[in-house]
Design a protein around this ligand. Structure first.
Ligand SMILES: CSCCC(=O)C(=O)COP(=O)(O)O
Length: 225
């Protein structure tokens, strides 16, 4: 039974952590206050801000307080779905204004193109929103890669370190677990995917930092499906 679908993690796998930390996170923190002031009454934004307040167990925060709360959570690398949703909307402004391009490793882009040409269905799975993932690949330093993907999964499927998230993804793909491979640098995510029955492949971009028992590659070019 061959591999029919490939799911890639983004941060540390297709994409450099430093880009996410130094460009994306910084941009969303700097832009948060102005974004809230300008978009507070937009339906999607106000719904996400309600979710943030519910998560924080507070009500009726002012714009400045909300912005500070979100900046603090981003600083703490929050993976909360509402935070990631707001970040995605802010990043959209940056991508569309040409303020930065999404970072994708060259070896990852090359492999994704090869796999797409050979008929595999490609997906990404990240803690960032599905829209943010689409933007990253559309406005990437390797060109527009968005057409290679069949879809993007986010934490609406569940947290990436839980087997349930991969079971939920499998349900939407209508494939058997062994027809799917998940590629990530993160051992906890790989363990969760393996628990759900998926094939796994670890990317270890820094030699010598390998842990765990998943097949390992130092770049996408070493991956044999
Ligand atoms: C689509 S690039 C932004 C990635 C991001 O915000 C993030 O938090 C990555 O987390 P992950 O759990 O997917 O490693």
């Amino acid at each position: 039974m061959g591999i029919k679908a490939i799911i890639v993690d983004t941060a540390g796998t297709t994409t450099d952590f430093q880009f996410i930390k130094e460009i994306l996170s910084s941009y969303s923190k700097q832009a948060m206050a102005a974004f809230i002031a300008e978009n507070r009454h937009d339906f999607a934004v106000s719904t996400l801000l309600d979710d943030v307040q519910e998560l924080a167990g507070v009500e009726d925060l002012g714009d400045a307080e909300l912005a500070q709360l979100l900046v603090d959570w981003i600083q703490d690398d929050s993976k909360a779905t509402a935070v990631k949703g707001l970040q995605g909307l802010i990043w959209k402004q940056g991508y569309l204004a040409g303020e930065f391009k999404g970072h994708v490793y060259e070896d990852a882009a090359r492999a994704l193109k090869q796999w797409h040409s050979s008929g595999k269905r490609l997906y990404s799975f990240s803690s960032s929103s599905a829209d943010a993932q689409e933007l990253l690949f559309r406005h990437s330093n390797q060109g527009d890669l968005s057409g290679l993907f069949y879809g993007h999964f986010d934490t609406n499927m569940g947290q990436k370190t839980t087997a349930q998230a991969y079971k939920n993804i499998l349900n939407t793909l209508s494939l058997r677990p062994k027809q799917v491979i998940f590629i990530s640098d993160d051992i906890r995510e790989l363990n969760a995917a393996r628990e759900a029955g998926l094939n796994t492949q670890q990317i270890v971009r820094e030699p010598g930092t390998h842990q765990g028992s998943h097949p390992v590659a130092e770049s996408f070019q070493q991956i044999r499906l």
